[in-house]
Design a protein around this ligand. Structure first.
Ligand code: GLC
Length: 418
């Protein structure tokens, strides 16, 4: 076990070592490009010791913004043959090679945190970024709403690749014609910790379809069988839009329409409440079916400004069931799998996002979640994710967002800071 000081130094080193010149990669080998929400969390971590570098991280992310406002989930700044599916498979149509889907929009929320560290130093940077953030949010509002809830069109878009939320939709896809391909993730990490081939065939089939339609959103709205209204996107866009409004007002910018859009998203968030489950849940917009799983995404409600006593009961129960929560899937679920990615493991950055929301409400679970995350990272380091039953590290090592979460949030627990 390392001392606290060493962990902090180690975390800074990870950010610096994963820096590829203006952007960080999540981890060498497994994820050698710039990922969207990873980068936003990295910016928050950099803000603890290098504000200029924090802004740069966000600015580089937006150099990949498409003309329609979309910000891709991966930017392929420099070729790396160790990753599949790379730029040739995706055929992104933006200013630099990219994927064709997006990821949860946490950038505005992280920009606010960076700005609040030093408002004077950040003002000009934020003024330049704000319209780009807005254009991205407007893209979601234009293309991705279902009854006001925000939809994903590929499991990777939610950033929770193999979560149980997608099981039924994926089962309806017949990945005919997907062809031969070589996965690269399982050459870096044990395959028991990764999505299965069954999942992967369908991920690639969806990519090929998007590419065939040139990533045209109007066409994909008609053709894509995968359209799930999901708590990750809905809660995070709702929160990000609130932050956008707050920053815009403080900067004296034109914020016309944003308050109404927030009200629409609030109504959308309510449509994700599954009364039978007593939890927020994903909803398949093609069939109306619930997915019936209590995931860590459902605990993002507080971050979106929504209090829920019943959701808190689930989190409380989940934290009591395993020593290192919050498990990505409720440990009492029959699908719970302690090491398989988004079907059980704990993700530090999700705990951070959940914790930020709980802190807004002064919720008693806030301190507990931060303490658990502190202990997990202090004792087990900065892995991609962790087995919640014993804390053992899983997936990639020296992971950017895990280190960032230590710097900006978890390490403050034993310093008694807020
Ligand atoms: C995995 C995660 C996703 C993350 C990416 C890079 O695909 O599921 O959330 O952005 O890895 O770390």
């Amino acid at each position: 076990m390392l001392s606290h000081v060493n962990r902090t130094e180690e975390a800074r080193n990870i950010l610096v070592q994963n820096d590829r010149g203006g952007y960080t990669i999540p981890t060498a080998g497994l994820y050698p490009y710039q990922w969207n929400w990873d980068s936003a969390i990295a910016a928050m971590g950099f803000a603890e010791f290098d504000i200029d570098r924090a802004w740069q991280e966000l600015e580089t992310l937006f150099t990949g913004q498409w003309p329609d406002g979309m910000v891709p989930h991966i930017l392929f700044h420099k070729p790396d043959p160790g990753y599949f599916p790379g730029p040739d498979v995706w055929g992104g149509v933006g200013p630099i090679p990219s994927s064709g889907i997006t990821q949860p929009p946490v950038a505005a929320t992280m920009a606010r945190l960076v700005w609040e560290k030093d408002m004077q130093a950040g003002e000009e940077r934020l003024r330049a970024l704000w319209p780009k953030l807005r254009a991205w949010h407007e893209w979601f509002l234009k293309w991705r709403l279902d009854e006001g809830a925000v939809c994903v069109t590929h499991p990777w878009e939610a950033g929770r690749d193999n979560a149980p939320d997608w099981d039924d939709v994926m089962a309806r896809i017949d990945p005919v014609g997907v062809g031969e391909y070589t996965r690269r993730d399982t050459s870096h990490v044990d395959s028991s910790m990764r999505p299965t081939k069954y999942d992967y065939d369908r991920y690639i089939w969806l990519v090929q379809m998007g590419r065939r339609f040139g990533w045209n959103q109007a066409a994909l709205l008609e053709e894509n069988p995968f359209r799930v209204a999901d708590p990750t996107m809905t809660f995070l866009l709702l929160r990000a839009h609130r932050d956008l409004l707050l920053m815009g007002v403080r900067l004296g910018l034109d914020t016309t329409g944003i308050a109404d859009e927030i009200a629409l998203l609030e109504a959308g968030a309510r449509t994700l409440w599954n009364e039978d489950l007593g939890s927020y849940d994903s909803r398949d917009t093609k069939t109306g079916a619930w997915t019936g799983s209590i995931t860590n995404a459902s605990y993002l409600c507080w971050l979106a400004g929504i209090e829920s006593a019943r959701q808190a009961e689930h989190l409380d129960r989940s934290l009591a069931a395993v020593p290192y929560g919050a498990a990505s899937l409720d440990p009492s679920s029959e699908k719970f799998d302690a090491k398989r990615y988004w079907r059980g493991p704990t993700w530090a950055f999700m705990n951070f996002l959940i914790g930020l929301g709980l802190e807004d409400f002064n919720h008693p679970l806030a301190g507990r979640l931060r303490q658990v995350t502190h202990d997990l990272l202090n004792d087990h380091g900065f892995a991609e994710y962790f087995d919640p039953t014993d804390g053992s590290p899983a997936g990639g090592k020296s992971f950017t967002w895990t280190a960032a979460v230590w710097l900006g949030w978890a390490s403050k627990q034993d310093r008694g800071e807020s």
